[in-house]
Design a protein around this ligand. Sequence first.
Ligand code: PMP
Length: 408
Amino acid sequence: QGPPMIDADLRSRAAKVVPGGMYGHLNAALFAPGYPQFFARGEGCRQWDVDGREYIDFMCSWGPVVLGHRHPRVEEAAARQAALGDCLNGPGAIMVELAELLVDTVPSADWAMFSKNGTDATTQALMVARAATGRTKVLMAHGAYHGADPWCTPSLSGTTPNERADLVEFTYNSLESLEAAAATVEGDVAAIIVTPFKHDSFEDQELVEPAFARGARALADRLGAALVIDDVRAGFRIDLRGSWEPYGVRPDLTAWSKAMANGYPIAAVTGTDALRGAAQTLYSTGSFWFSAVAMAAAKATIETLRDTDGIAAMNNAGAQLREGLYEQAKAHGFAVNQTGPVTIPWLSFAGDADLSVAMYWSDACLRHGVYVHPWHNWFMSAAHTEADVARALEGTDQAFAETRARFA
Ligand code: PMP
């Protein structure tokens, strides 16, 4: 294979017609130097960049691809709907079928509303909470990502202080801090929004303390506020019923997106009967929110995850990857932390505050055909077989060896 010419050419053309050449979370300039910006195709757990380099993919397009790229059952459902029409004067029957499927699958869901991106869903969930309570403030964890609208984007560029004024921050997993945050705006808390585990970029992930989850539920009840779980990132990779269901904690509202349709654009808010009336009062919509193809893909994705126990497959592959990486790191003399659920893993190097080791290692992984990320969690898919993970581990072993040589 020759040098990466096509990617380089596309980057220089993009620099002239796209601000910064690329923007947002897929901007390869933010990762290690060898990361390709442009991709040509994906199949199963593999992706190929525009220069033809093949990768075993542990980012899954940053979450959406949960069954593997171009999964036959999802593609067939999407194609069947596309042949009939996608964007029509009203939704297809598929909207009702998908809402029924979510209500049947998710115990905290008595209804569903659909949109496109995770940010639509988190924003819409907070609108429902505010409509229901007539209150203003939202408690959110410091450093948590809930999307890229002005109220929540991590960069303040282009936002006004007013757009952030209704957020009160607490420390994830600290009930004391959550209660203190609530006390500063006593009587005006519309919602507590919380991710199912702490998955902030640049730091080790943290599973939720069950007592924190239960305490957040109890506090929301005491305040008369809505407990909103932002399951955009973790949804459909931990528990199809909702990511806090294993702890017996049910939210009032849940935001879903990413893995819901195996890469087709769709998001949802689900909620309880008590909030149905408030949800009904919103004017919340979009030109493409009711497109039928993504809904057909979502129904096929959720049914396939259910029928094939896709989460168990991801757990197996994720456990194999985690164990293999631990053994290799140890053999090469690195202390590493592997955090988060094995279906949404991340690896960091101990003492690597400036991420230079992680940057070097992930770049080396790329050169050996394994796509991981230096500072954002990774994602497993149900398409990762034991053989795929074993093949990937050959690449990561070489990457550890090269990293050891570089940082000897
Ligand atoms: N919430 C969480 C927890 C997320 O991880 C993301 C996306 N990374 C969002 C919200 C926003 O989703 P989207 O990028 O689809 O708007």
